[in-house]
Ligand binder design. Structure first.
Ligand code: 5GP
Ligand code: ZN
Length: 118
């Protein structure tokens, strides 16, 4: 069973913010912003590559609810999902990073040059 499936099953403790039948949101153990939450589906999905548009429909509402719950919806925030090797995905269970609580820098591309492949 993967790490986040264990969090869903409460085999590994997490600091839960919001939960319903389909999704759970909890604080990232290594926050990269004042607010850094992970929102995941309870069902195991490897990454965004495999997720169904139907699941994304409710996932979208859930992410919006999380932002409201922690009161960053008005000040603004960033939603990120890393996919695969180049995306830097370390946990192979679909998760959305919800980052906020401060003006965020835009520096995610600093370790790659901008000479595109296309
Ligand atoms: P990724 O790099 O796969 O997009 O993000 C994985 C995230 O999961 C990282 O930000 C990391 O800090 C977080 N993480 C890894 N293990 C745990 C854990 O056991 N508990 C919590 N709450 N977060 C974790
Ligand atoms: Zn899983």
């Amino acid at each position: 069973m993967c790490l986040f499936c264990k969090i869903v099953n409460k085999e590994i403790p997490s600091n839960v913010i919001l939960e319903n039948d389909e999704f759970v949101a909890f604080h990232d153990v290594n926050p990269k912003a004042p607010v850094h939450i992970l929102a995941i589906p309870k069902v195991h999905v490897d990454s965004f590559n495999e997720v169904s548009p139907l699941l994304m429909q409710n996932m979208t509402s859930f992410i919006q609810d999380v932002a409201k719950e922690v009161k960053i919806d008005k000040s603004g925030y960033r939603v990120i999902t890393n996919i695969g090797k180049d995306g830097g995905q370390e946990v192979k269970h679909l998760h959305f990073h919800i980052l906020g609580g401060a003006k965020l820098k835009w520096e995610h591309f600093s370790d790659s040059d901008t000479q595109g492949h296309f």
